[in-house]
Design a protein around this ligand. Structure first.
Ligand code: ADP
Ligand code: ZN
Length: 725
């Protein structure tokens, strides 16, 4: 057997290496990137012919043949390189990364799904009834409906419609289930840009036309017009006939973004996120791979899809921590977007009102270009920020809205404007304890308190999803009905707001009350139509949205994100509060923001009150540099977990003993993770800290290869960690 007959095939399964197959005798030679069907074990899987020639195998090795080459666009070289690169960087099996490129591999190779639509057939000799006539009448007026649609439109049962098909009075045609929308019209004019916007847009446009790798940080206060500006780059890419990907950090932002895109370009973009129905997902993937989907607006998982001709990537709200995927293949989609752009030789635009220190540092090192929009469009002024010193507010127990905030809200509503109460905590109360003995209700699987959700009538663990009813008796002292809710969640805040502002129309928005783009879209629409006076919400309301009549934002607990050992706590809190504050007064009406804080002297709170972003960033940057933290140094976390605590601790200590040391590299720990028990597993953390020049994945690989862990113990490597739990 000659090596030429042997090929590598990578399967979208968590396997580190491609398998070797015999190429078989197709009508043309297989080439890397081809999608093929291969036998694996006793089933058949789709795979991708991978690069590299397999080493010749011993004569007796049992090799299987590739079954066939599928009729699908091949996976391009740049994407294959990305898969290899991401697998190497994140220490994940190559096949697991390929799975992210091909979430529905069958969609690429199978014909598009069809559906039956009805038109008028031959009704001669068919006995008519009132219902049947109504159906035919409706079908004549609106041909192209499915059985269920026609039944609904004619207000009859589906059986009536089916019978008419059977009798030939209606004819069924098979058509594609998802008709591709018309392509966006790049020639449509956008809004007339002001001078600075036009300058930024020209820079992005020429970066796009250059057909080369570049990164531009598009920075501008909330409402400055960043979206309008990057739309110009989108138009340029469309004019070149290429595809565009716009990444958003949250599904919550998709609907508004899709609507706005359609207004601007006269045709819809394609959405991509985890809540899509399977058929829609398959159709979208297919359209992306065939270049029919010109613009995709999606969550982080859209980054890895097999675009036919990607010409531009926009990462909106680039600073957002939600770009970090924390499960499975752990990666940061913002960073991987830059990697993909580099491999593809295309531009990427990172947009934010509060850029990450990483991106700002790259601007300072001149690796990224910088386009700045320093003012709000139309001179809408930034909101005035006032700190409410909660140490001086004497609030009754379990009340959370201070007198100044209540007064401001009353005024706002009286003026016919809207208010927002922001608290980054889902549910009713973060802690429930027994009033008799002080026992705290904990998750049985995690070292975490159970959070009461009145809306769902239960207690929930926000880490593992465990749910239970509030028990009647305290599990510790048996006292009956003595449980007390401690602290606020958004549901409880809404309860208090209903008492304080009895005439206001309230709505609560959190990821568990609105979790599909449609629900979120409806809520936002109600807000825009002024059917809501006060919106109470978590970080889901903080990002991106534009509410012209919202003039007051009250932040209930500005200190909430500052505690704990997260090196980005200050940066993140500053970003989040700046974003929330930015919701206020975006249109003609000036806005104001009240931040309730128990620590008004904290650098983050003080900087916010003075609108001194530059000062805050400079201080934070200096501190990171002093401590050798990102963006000046590199971090990687290793989490060791298992059901047997002693075994986990022992394994963590063994890993620590073989840890690399010296020469710009050190390992901290092991230490019990802050969340030291999660989903029934004990967790220990080690943190590798390295100078920028160090090849961290290589160091990790060598380190990990030295220690064999017992089978019940798992290690998870998190490069560039964002979560320190
Ligand atoms: P950002 O993305 O920076 O938050 P947007 O692009 O959403 O800002 O703009 C904020 C609001 O101002 C939007 O309603 C947008 O349509 C409007 N806007 C921005 N620039 C212009 C412009 N040049 N002409 C008219 N309206 C504009
Ligand atoms: Zn739990």
């Amino acid at each position: 057997m000659t090596p030429a007959d042997l090929i590598h095939v990578l399967l979208p399964l968590p396997l580190a290496e491609p398998f070797t197959y015999r190429a078989g005798h197709g009508e043309r030679a297989l080439a890397p990137g081809d999608i093929v069907e291969v036998p694996i074990g006793n089933r058949i899987s789709l795979g991708v012919v991978w690069d590299g020639t397999p080493a010749p195998l011993p004569e007796k090795a049992k090799l299987k043949d590739v079954i066939r080459r599928c009729d699908a666009p091949p996976i391009q070289l740049q994407l294959r390189k990305l898969v290899d690169w991401v697998a190497g960087y994140t220490l994940n099996p190559t096949g697991a990364v390929l799975k992210m490129c091909l979430p529905e591999p069958r969609a690429l190779v199978e014909p598009p799904p069809l559906r039956a639509v009805l038109r008028i057939g031959d009704a001669a000799g068919v006995k008519m009834s009132e219902q049947r006539e109504r159906v035919l009448e409706t079908a004549r007026e609106q041909p192209g409906m499915s059985v269920s649609e026609l039944a609904e439109a004619a207000a009859v049962s589906q059986a009536v419609v089916r019978k008419l098909v059977e009798l030939g009075a209606l004819q069924a045609d098979q058509v594609p289930a998802f008709r591709p929308p018309p392509p966006p019209d790049w020639q449509r004019a956008g809004r007339k840009l002001n001078t600075l916007q036009a300058e930024a847009a020209a820079a992005l446009r020429s970066a796009t036309e250059a057909r080369d790798f570049s990164v531009t940080l598009l920075e501008g206060v909330t409402g400055a017009g960043k979206t309008e500006v990057y739309y110009e780059a989108v138009a340029a890419a469309l004019q070149m006939g290429r595809q565009v990907l716009v990444l958003l950090p949250e599904i919550a932002l998709t609907q508004q973004s899709l609507d706005r895109f359609e207004q601007r370009f006269g045709a819809p973009a394609w959405a991509w996120h985890s809540e899509m129905a399977e058929g829609r997902r398959a159709a979208t993937l297919r359209a992306i791979s065939r270049g029919e989907a010109k613009v995709v607006i999606g969550a982080r998982s859209a980054l890895f899809l097999p675009y036919a001709d990607l010409g531009l990537v926009v990462v909106d709200e680039e600073h957002d921590g939600s770009y970090k995927q924390e499960e499975g293949v752990i990666y940061n989609a913002r960073d991987m977007a830059v990697v993909r752009a580099k491999l593809e030789g295309i531009p990427v635009v990172l947009a934010s009102a509060t850029p990450s220190l990483e991106s700002l540092h790259n601007v300072a090192r001149r690796r990224y270009a910088h386009a700045v929009l320093p003012e709000r469009h139309n001179a809408a002024s930034l909101p005035a920020i006032q700190i409410v010193d909660m140490r001086k507010e004497k609030l009754p127990a379990q009340r959370f809205i201070s007198a100044p905030l209540a007064a401001a809200m009353t005024q706002t509503i009286a003026a016919g404007e809207q208010g927002m109460l922001f608290l980054n905590r889902r549910g009713y109360a973060p802690l429930t304890l027994c009033g008799a003995c002080g026992h705290r209700l904990q998750c049985p699987n995690c070292a975490a308190w159970l959070v009461e959700h009145k809306r769902h009538g239960n207690l929930q663990c926000h880490h593992c999803g465990h749910q239970q009813r509030l028990p009647k008796h305290c599990p510790a002292c048996e006292a009956e009905d003595k449980f007390k809710a401690c602290g606020p969640g958004v549901e409880r805040l809404a309860e208090e707001a209903a008492i304080l502002f009895p005439d206001a129309r309230l709505a609560v928005m959190a990821s568990d009350t609105a979790n599909s783009p449609k629900q979120i879209g409806e809520m936002l629409e109600r807000m825009e139509r002024r059917q809501i006076d006060i919106l109470v919400g978590t970080q889901i309301v903080a990002k991106g949205h534009h509410f012209p009549l919202l003039t007051l934002v009250g932040v209930i607990d500005a200190d909430l994100g500052l505690a704990g050992g997260d090196p980005r706590a200050a940066e993140r809190t500053h970003q989040l509060l700046t974003q929330v504050a930015g919701r206020a007064g975006r249109a003609a009406h000036p806005g104001r923001v009240l931040l309730q804080s128990f620590d008004p002297g904290h650098p983050v709170i003080a900087a916010l009150s003075r609108h001194d972003t530059a000062g805050f960033l400079a201080a934070e940057m200096a501190e990171r540099q002093r401590a050798g933290m990102p963006p000046f140094g590199r971090l990687a976390a290793v989490i060791v977990s298992g059901a047997d605590q002693a075994e986990v601790e022992q394994a963590a200590r063994a890993l620590a003993r073989s840890a690399p040391r010296g020469d710009g590299l050190s390992v901290l720990g092991p230490a019990p993770a802050p969340l030291h028990y999660l989903r029934g597993r004990f967790r220990e953390r080690l943190l590798l800290k390295a100078d920028r020049e160090i090849d961290v994945p290589a160091a990790l690989r060598e380190w990990m290869s030295k220690t064999k862990l017992p089978s019940g113990v798992k290690r998870t490597v998190d490069i560039d960690p964002y979560s320190f739990l």
